[in-house]
Structures are given as C-alpha cells and as structure tokens.
Write a protein of this length. Sequence first.
Length: 97
Amino acid sequence: MQLSHEQVRHIAELAKLALTDDEVERFAQQLSDVLAWAEELKRLDTDSIPPTAQVFDLRNVTRPDVVRPSLTAEEVLANAPQRDGDYFRVKPILDQS
C-alpha cells in the first residue's frame, strides 16, 4: 500500500507535526514500507501458534529477598520538614467533611 502525500500530511497533522515537502516524501516511502511489511506478516499462518507463545525463554530476573540492615526511623526522618513521632506529617489531601 503506497501512501499519498496527502495521507502523510493528514497523519502529520493528527500527530501535530510540521513536515517539510522533503520529509513528506521520505515519510511517505517509509510508512508505506512499514504497511507493506505489516501486510506481509498478516499473510503468515499462525493458527498453530498459541497467543501466549514467546520467542525467548522466560526467566525470573528478580534477586533473592535477603534481609539487610536498613535506616532507623530517626535517620529516615532526620530531614523531614514536619514529623509526628515516627511518621512524616503531610497536608491532608482528602476533604475531611
């Protein structure tokens, strides 16, 4: 599918992009190539491939949960603009009525 210059200008307007005539020419070809590739992919027989198929093996990338020393409440609250005991004091954000 070859996009016309008018279609490219319309797409650019929707995206709020100002394009020069040279850019319209270049993007018309590039977008047409993308659409042609999408059409080619649509012709592939994917009936035997489950929707959840993965190209790469899935693996867990999280680290083990290990207990480590952390800051004390006093260290955490040392630079708090306002505090109330061991808590940060913040302005209310919900209507109290």
